[in-house]
Write a protein that binds this ligand. Structure first.
Ligand code: SF4
Ligand code: SF4
Ligand code: SF4
Length: 179
């Protein structure tokens, strides 16, 4: 089984939000909600200020409090690429998973089910890249299989410094920010 992940090059991301717009279009994300979003982090003091722009979304964590807490089995890890998904028909909209996610990656869709990034699995299964990756004008997002030693993402993680969000949460997120 594959274990899909994303490495995002913060040195190339310019915060244009094309990924946000592409996701909304591709996935018919309702007005007022987003499956991905931009966060800008500033660290240090003049003249040594560092700016990092992060395109954030569900981290498709290896350890999934959102799945463990789900009372109906709607939240699950799929068997194609260990992608964390929600079965809309099984979801009762109880919001337990929203409370359990340390990244605030989920929202309740106006139709009543928990919604979030799917890694565009409907595209990936057809051999296409996720919509956000596909549209990025600086090509800063790299999507691939962590279990394939020859994948581009593994080569990037072996050759570049990176960090993950909230490692102390113990979820082992699979979005990597290259620095
Ligand atoms: Fe679950 Fe949140 Fe991790 Fe996504 S980011 S897999 S919703 S805990
Ligand atoms: Fe499960 Fe839906 Fe409740 Fe989330 S909102 S825990 S997916 S039933
Ligand atoms: Fe949206 Fe797909 Fe990108 Fe996830 S992978 S943020 S669902 S476009």
């Amino acid at each position: 089984m594959a274990r899909f992940a994303m490495a995002i090059d913060t040195k190339k991301c310019v915060g244009c939000m094309d990924c946000v717009v592409a996701c909304k279009n591709e996935n018919s994300v309702p007005e007022g909600y987003n499956r991905d979003w931009i966060v800008t982090i500033t660290e240090g003091k003049y003249p040594d200020v560092h700016l990092e722009i992060q395109s954030q979304r569900c981290n498709h964590c290896d350890n999934t409090p959102c799945v463990e807490c789900c009372p109906t089995g709607a939240s699950h890890v799929n068997d194609v690429g260990a992608v964390v998904l929600v079965d809309h028909d099984k979801c009762i909209g109880c919001k337990a998973c929203l409370a359990a996610c340390p990244y605030s990656a989920r929202f309740i869709n106006p139709e009543g089910y928990a919604d979030k990034c799917t890694f565009c699995i409907h595209r990936v299964e057809k051999g296409e890249m996720p919509a956000c990756v596909n549209v990025c004008p600086t090509h800063c997002m790299h999507f691939g299989d962590l279990d394939d030693p020859n994948s581009e993402i593994n080569k990037l993680l072996a050759s570049r410094k990176f960090h993950q969000l909230l490692p102390e949460a113990g979820t082992n997120p699979r979005i990597f920010y290259l620095t």
